[in-house]
Design a protein around this ligand. Structure first.
Ligand code: ADE
Length: 235
């Protein structure tokens, strides 16, 4: 039996993600039964006529804070014993390929998308198991961040990428090296030729050239990556 990764996204803007999850590889993953996507809107858990999900911060200051009750109830409505409850926030641990590989082994992800200045701190204490940032910048809300996380995790599920596309071992960030340069036809484009060696048919030489190019490129663009030891777990 193939495993299915269940992903519930808690957001007041399901429309920001809906189109993304219904296209390309995410759509394919769902059609193949490898992933399941679902939205929960905290507004559906409000009790007032205005369906209020935010309020002014105690102590004053700018912006609004997401109220704890609707967010908590939204999380509880889908929480299971095996759930990872992840808040998307610039305060979280920095997302990377290692975390994507860690999350693909889970069975249920709940991505909680904040909005406004953030969420009431008691949500952290009561409901979260993890907090993830997709980079050192501030988005207007966590929906795009959830999309980035979901894409990076779901494409790693066995069977999501087509046959022959699962060469993740050579991909940037699986090993801590950037990828070598890629070329396809035509052999010459606007005066620029494909490196001779790639047309040689000498597979050992091609492999060596690619390795050298990957190291060179990493040295030039991301020397910091060369300091990171390769992952032990390569599944
Ligand atoms: N929400 C707002 N900014 C974010 C970021 N950089 N990462 C994750 N969630 C966010």
């Amino acid at each position: 039996m193939t495993n299915c990764l269940d992903i519930d996204v808690i957001t007041i803007f399901p429309g920001m993600l809906d189109g993304f999850l219904r296209e390309s590889m995410m759509k394919r993953a769902e059609q193949l039964g490898l992933a399941r996507f679902n939205f929960i809107n905290p507004r559906d858990f409000t009790t007032d006529v205005h369906r209020t999900v935010d309020d002014r911060p105690y102590g004053g200051g700018p912006g609004m804070v997401m109220k704890p009750e609707p967010l908590f109830e939204a999380i509880e409505s889908v929480r299971r014993p095996d759930s990872s409850v992840i808040l998307m926030t610039p305060q979280g641990r920095p997302f990377n390929q290692g975390i994507a590989r860690e999350l693909k082994k889970q069975t249920h992800l709940i991505c909680v998308c904040g909005h406004y200045e953030g969420v009431d701190e008691r949500i952290r204490q009561l409901a979260l198991t993890d907090e993830i940032s997709i980079g050192d910048y501030v988005l207007t809300n966590g929906a795009l961040a959830a999309a980035v996380l979901i894409d990076a995790v779901v494409r790693l599920l066995p069977g999501v990428l087509g046959a022959g596309e699962e060469g993740t071992e050579e991909e940037s960030f699986t090993r801590p090296l950037l990828e070598y340069p890629h070329y396809t036809r035509p052999p010459e484009f606007k005066g620029l030729a494909v490196p001779e060696i790639l047309l040689s048919g000498n597979h050992a030489a091609i492999r060596q050239w690619r390795e050298e190019q990957a190291v060179l490129r990493t040295h030039r663009r991301r020397p910091d990556l060369l300091e990171i030891p390769p992952p032990l777990d390569t599944d």
